[in-house]
Design a protein around this ligand. Structure first.
Ligand SMILES: CCCCCCCC(=O)SCCNC(=O)CCNC(=O)[C@H](O)C(C)(C)COP(=O)(O)OP(=O)(O)OC[C@H]1O[C@@H](n2cnc3c(N)ncnc32)[C@H](O)[C@@H]1OP(=O)(O)O
Length: 151
């Protein structure tokens, strides 16, 4: 992975980054020297209080970006805990730069950190997460369920 390279979505329908999910954020993520980065504008579909992005949508952006940071260490892992600090409102339609990296690894635990800045360079949010490394088998039951669905 080269610096500046656009990274592939987790899946076409991923709520965070899947281009085929009309209800998703559609994050576009690139590799940076330290980790990964995405510039995102929250839309009316992610509104909470008037004019402000819903905190859950902001958490989704952080969580999904952490999923991309995994590419930098080549581990398959899932979110076990996620803590968000909301420093300022995330205004709709304004660009925010989200950046994330893997800070530490302890056995199966990956500790990740992220920040988000507005276009004036003010920090709007930060996040910390513990991801736990899993095998491919972790995703098997969900995949079987999707394939067996007839709705
Ligand atoms: C392909 C990537 C897509 C990425 C998309 C974006 C990320 C996501 O949305 S992932 C989806 C949301 N997350 C999930 O669905 C995960 C649900 N949880 C699980 O499946 C399980 O709890 C799982 C797999 C995380 C861990 O279960 P299990 O394998 O039994 O591990 P467990 O024994 O409880 O803990 C593993 C290690 O983590 C540690 N640990 C557990 N919780 C924590 C915590 N909150 N903080 C710190 N360490 C913790 C444990 O102490 C243990 O450490 P060690 O190995 O050193 O003893």
């Amino acid at each position: 992975m080269e610096i500046g390279q656009r990274l592939p979505p987790h899946s076409p329908d991923c709520a965070g980054c899947g281009p085929g999910n009309p209800a998703g954020l559609g994050l576009e993520v690139v590799r940076t020297a330290a980790g990964v980065e995405a510039v995102h504008r929250f839309s009316d579909a992610q509104v909470g209080a008037p004019g402000i992005a819903h905190g859950g949508a902001v958490a989704l952006a952080f969580d999904d970006l952490f999923g991309f940071a995994l590419y930098t260490v080549g581990s398959l892992a899932v979110t076990r805990s996620l803590t968000i600090e909301y420093h300022a409102p995330f205004w709709l339609h304004r660009p925010y730069t989200f950046s994330a990296h893997v800070a530490q690894r302890e056995g199966r635990r990956l500790l990740l950190r992220a920040d988000a800045w507005d276009d004036a360079g003010q920090k709007a949010g930060s996040a910390a997460a513990t991801f736990v490394v899993v095998s491919l088998g972790h995703f098997a039951a969900g995949a079987e369920q999707v394939m067996g669905r007839d709705d």
